[in-house]
Design a protein. Structure first.
Length: 153
């Protein structure tokens, strides 16, 4: 019985936190307006926007950020609900100074993904992921590559 109570408490806490995050979002009529708002919130310009990836029903937005220790990468998602769009920041900004960095993230809808990024001087590269070798997208201006892989819910 004690374990069941603990499990219920954890589920209510997680569900409650997700609901709060959803309630605090600012919703817009278009995806572009949500992106514009998000970039302003992150204090980055449109020129620092490096790409968009659609994976398993989610839209990831990648943008360059200048961090105190060097070039960083920010990742957010665009969420759609009832024809409205919202910007949701999934993780802290990542310092991109290695050839390969990866981390697990969870979107507002609860789906899990692996994000791969790094620095490259090549215009075409292949990286190894859990599901095999893939060609990531590359922002040629900065040499930053990025890839999103769905790993379930």
């Amino acid at each position: 019985m004690r374990n069941l109570c603990i499990l219920l408490f954890v589920l209510l806490t997680v569900t409650g936190c997700s609901a709060l995050a959803s309630d605090n979002l600012k919703w817009f009529d278009t995806m572009d307006k949500a992106i514009e708002y998000g970039l302003k919130e992150e204090d980055v310009t449109k020129q620092e926007l490096i790409g968009k990836v659609e994976e398993n029903g989610e839209i990831f937005i990648f943008y360059k950020k200048q961090l105190k220790d060097g070039v960083g990468l920010g990742v957010s998602t665009i969420n759609e609900k009832n024809g409205k769009y919202a910007w949701f920041r999934t993780d802290q900004d990542i310092l991109v100074n290695l050839s390969k960095i990866s981390w697990e993230t969870k979107t507002l809808s609860g789906k899990k993904f692996l994000i791969y990024t790094g620095i490259t001087k090549n215009e075409n590269i292949t990286i190894e992921t859990r599901k095999g070798n893939v060609e990531p997208k590359i922002d040629k201006d900065n040499g930053i590559y990025y890839y999103v892989e769905s790993i379930g819910k």
